[in-house]
Design a protein around this ligand. Structure first.
Ligand SMILES: Cc1ncc(COP(=O)(O)O)c(C=O)c1O
Length: 421
């Protein structure tokens, strides 16, 4: 156990047990390295579930947060604020970037995007759902149904649970909001049939909502041709294409946003995780034609885009640009893929950039996560790993992870796989 006893017993006694917590308390971090309460070091290949985009304690983010902390924390969205507009302008620029199939920048669509700031991914998706339904109300005779994908994940609020195409998350919490149904990913015919004849619980459709790579479902990519076909279908029928970039956004896959790799542009994009390097922030952006359907009073959030979040978010996206983080992610991501493919019992590696899923042919993923932490008691660094089910390992390291750190992780993981398999 690498956590102080008091911390563990207080958590057991007073915190609601919605998480099966692992026996480690991290007290410090730098880049892709975490340090526990006993002073042991770990290589972090989860990055706060994909949110610590620039690594722990990045100096530019520490500076932005500390400076803002001495000025003003929270005033409410009734007032103007120093960094909010700058962050929204940078998001508009990033959302318009065109890339090639690999995620290398190659131009701009010059679209103007407008952003609503929230606090989490689920809240960003709630905003996306409201925007899509407003579009349906104004342009599609009140159509409000949203088609999502099986194995998708969009959050834990009631509406985003309804949108999530995994029944396991739905049980016990009904009645859930209606107006959603899920179809298999990468099946254009199934999507077309469902748009034409939606089930009763969905009703006439106003939008299709997708992750370009399903993260929580097990790192399952949408085919790039599928994404293009969905874009065309939405154009033909006048539907909104909503892309959930909560996990894939902010260079996680190499591209600023993963839809760019398919050469498409959505109408609505939800974001969170990497946007502010781990400071809790979410956002939903829409093309201005869609965004302008919202007027004062239609949506809100007390803390959304507050001065602390806006300052850190701005510093984060500006640093990503200055440090050419996308180029690093593409190189490091390829290296990670190659090293994972070389490991015993890895049958397949899915994903892009620094979002990878390794499919194992033995059910040892849970044990590998436990053993990875236990390595901290040896002369090796511990490993912070993540599993989805018992045969998928998911890798979401900070985007600044080095090739040497990837090698060190892969060497240790090989030892653990050989021990357990
Ligand atoms: C694609 C996607 N959408 C939405 C969410 C929900 O984000 P949050 O936990 O910040 O509400 C997640 C979280 O993992 C996610 O991966």
């Amino acid at each position: 156990m690498f956590a102080s006893k008091d911390v563990v017993s207080l958590d057991d006694a007073y915190v609601i047990h919605t998480y099966g917590r692992l026996p480690v308390e991290f007290v410090n971090g730098s880049g892709a390295v975490l340090v526990d309460a006993c002073g042991n070091e770990y290589l972090d290949f989860l990055a706060g579930i994909g949110s610590v985009s620039l690594g722990h304690a990045h100096p530019a983010l520490v500076k932005a947060l500390s400076e803002q902390a001495t000025k003003v924390w929270q005033v409410g969205n009734y007032y103007h604020e120093e960094n909010r507009g700058e962050l929204a302008r940078e998001l508009s620029r990033m959302l318009s970037i065109k890339t090639d199939l690999d995620g290398v920048e190659c131009g701009s669509t010059n679209t103007t995007w407008k952003t609503f700031f929230a606090n989490t991914g689920a809240e960003a998706n709630e905003g996306a759902i409201k925007l899509a339904r407003r579009w349906g109300e104004r342009n599609l005779d009140g159509a409000s149904g949203i088609i999502t994908a099986r194995k998708s994940f969009h959050g834990r609020t009631l509406a985003t649970l309804s949108a999530t195409g995994q029944d396991v998350f739905h049980k016990s919490f009904g009645p859930l909001p209606t107006g959603f149904c899920a179809v298999p990913l990468n099946d254009v015919d199934a999507l077309t049939r469902t748009i034409d004849a939606p089930p009763a619980e969905c009703g006439p459709v106003c939008a299709v909502m997708l992750e370009c790579i399903q993260g929580e479902g097990g790192v399952w990519p949408a085919d790039l041709e599928y994404l293009r076909a969905v874009r065309s279908l939405c154009d033909e029928r006048g539907l909104m294409l909503v892309v959930d970039e909560v996990q894939t956004g902010f260079f996680r896959t190499g591209a600023p946003f993963s839809y760019a790799r398919a050469g498409i542009e959505p109408d609505i994009v939800s974001m969170a995780k990497g946007i502010a390097g781990g400071f809790p922030t979410g956002a939903v952006a829409a093309r201005s034609e869609v965004a302008d359907l919202m007027v004062p009073g239609d949506h809100g959030s007390t803390f959304g885009g507050n001065p602390l979040a806006a300052a850190v978010g701005r510093a984060c996206v500006e640093t990503m640009r200055k440090e050419h983080i996308g180029e690093h992610v593409l190189e490091a991501g390829e290296h990670l893929e190659q090293r994972l493919l070389g490991l015993p019992h890895v049958m397949e590696v899915r994903g892009a950039g620094l979002m990878r899923g390794a499919q194992l042919d033995v059910p040892i993923a849970t044990a590998l996560v436990d053993e990875g932490l236990s390595l901290a008691a040896t002369e090796r660094k511990g490993l912070v790993l993540n599993h989805i089910g018992d045969s998928i390992l998911r890798f979401l390291p900070p985007l600044v992870v080095t090739k040497e750190q990837i090698d060190e992780m892969a060497d240790s993981l090989e030892l653990l796989i050989n021990k357990l398999a």
